[in-house]
Design a protein around this ligand. Sequence first.
Ligand code: CA
Length: 420
Amino acid sequence: MTLMKSWVESANAVTTDFPLNNLPCGVFSTGDEQPRCGVAIGNFILDISALEAEGLLKLADEPLFDVPFWNELMEAGPEVWADLRAQVTAMLAAGASKRWIIEDHLVPLADATLHMPFLISEYTDFYAGRHHATNVGTMFRGAENALPPNWLHIPIGYNGRASSVVVSGTEVRRPWGQLKSPDMETPIFAPSQRFDIELEMGAIVGQPSELGYPVSVAEADAMIFGYVLLNDWSARDIQAWEYQPLGPFQAKATATSISPWIVMKAALEPFRAATPAREVPLLPHLQEPGPMLYNIALEVGLTPEGGTETVISRTNYAEMYYSAAQQLAHHTTSGCAMNVGDLLGSGTISGPTKESRGSLLELSWGGKEPFAIAGGTRSFIEDNDTLTLRGAALGDGYRIGFGTCTGKVIPALKDPWQRR
Ligand code: CA
């Protein structure tokens, strides 16, 4: 695939995240106006809600964009998703005949506030990156027992919280929790001292499955609407004390940040990549009929208050052992129904090298090996640090970018039960 040319000049730049090939879905507002649906193109947002209201975009008998979220479009199904892309591509392509009408509905990105792009039904987080699982397992249980016996057979996951999923730019407050290090007799209640990120991709379910019936991996792939960058903020000290026997709970419940643009699966098609070779064969219901991962370059930047950013990790989504389609298929094996707007976190995406680790826990090896940043070192996140995730599939002269997923960690409440 090569760059599709647009009359929006900034969409033709090699450096833009949002060429005509991308057309990611977001929700935005300007000034005091109500949030509405838009598609990013170069340095602009095309106001999809306004185009539909004026009859310039018609996808269904009933309006889909009179609400400030993309769930109704998702519910309408894959044919309508494709129709949206076809109609918007025709409007924005170089030489488009209605340019003079469409131009009125472009809003500069710089003037817009971005909001949550969809209503989240439920959120499930997985643990499907082999390098991450091996690193964490080695730290917690030793190299011999790094991967649990089930790990190579099922994508391990837990049901997370949809209520604390926030859009990029939202500040994240350092949580309090029960902590007990090995040298303590009894736990204490205190602000987390080992607050961390997890670099992940989020898959957004765009079509439901029926209660009582599992779906195949191919059906699961077809149900996915698109992908976002996802930061699963994690309090390692809370996690270490609480996680046995039922898995993470409060350690992961403070916040989960996502990037504001949903990159539709259709935009990622040219970048499909296979999962790595299987060490042991998967049972038939988890085998993939084709490549289900994507080649997406990822990086994490850390910026201290008033300082400059250091890129602390570079990795790729294709490092995952399990795809989102496999995770979604596994999620339904019990007969569990999946809904429009369900969000699946991939699990931390670490690569094989030290520089490609997707969490500070791994980068600092549990705090034992602090790593260098501009003007200092880090083991875990310090107050007022800003963490920024970036990602893009890299094409020939263009990139399918996700924008940024950023969050600043602000100090813990002085007294958690003292209302402001
Ligand atoms: Ca996670």
